[in-house]
Design a protein around this ligand. Sequence first.
Ligand code: ASC
Length: 150
Amino acid sequence: MKNIFRLAIAAMAFATLVPAQAQFAKPEDAIKYRKASYTVMAAHFGRLGAMANGRAPYDAKTALENAELVSTMAKLPWAAYGEGTDKGDTRAKSEIWTESAKFKEASDKMQVEIGKLNVAAKAGSVDALKAAFGPAAASCKACHDNFRKD
Ligand code: ASC
């Protein structure tokens, strides 16, 4: 019995050490995963944008649900840029890997702005949402401009 526990602890310790790309069996799986996370993120970000820009009626509860989903999705793509994922069905530019510190900085900035968008959504006012939406959208665009082929 003791050995089973030891084994379980060793397995858990190992799992935390496995590099991110090992979560994916094949590079194309990682590419699919990151694209899927951006797709879901964009859907919910777009609903917030519609409210922020007056194309949809503001509803605090809906705004918060969407902002929380965007926050969750915003954590996901970064583990899926591992080795071999620069080629294939992707518009990712090689700069993601050759200028990885810049890419990390841009992805961190985006997550900070999405965090602020979440705080704004929690505040429950359309003005707070409007104020946070622009910088969040700009942080998405900055990455597209520098790291995505059109
Ligand atoms: C969106 C969306 C993006 C960003 C970006 C902002 O709604 O899907 O990728 O905003 O276009 O410029």
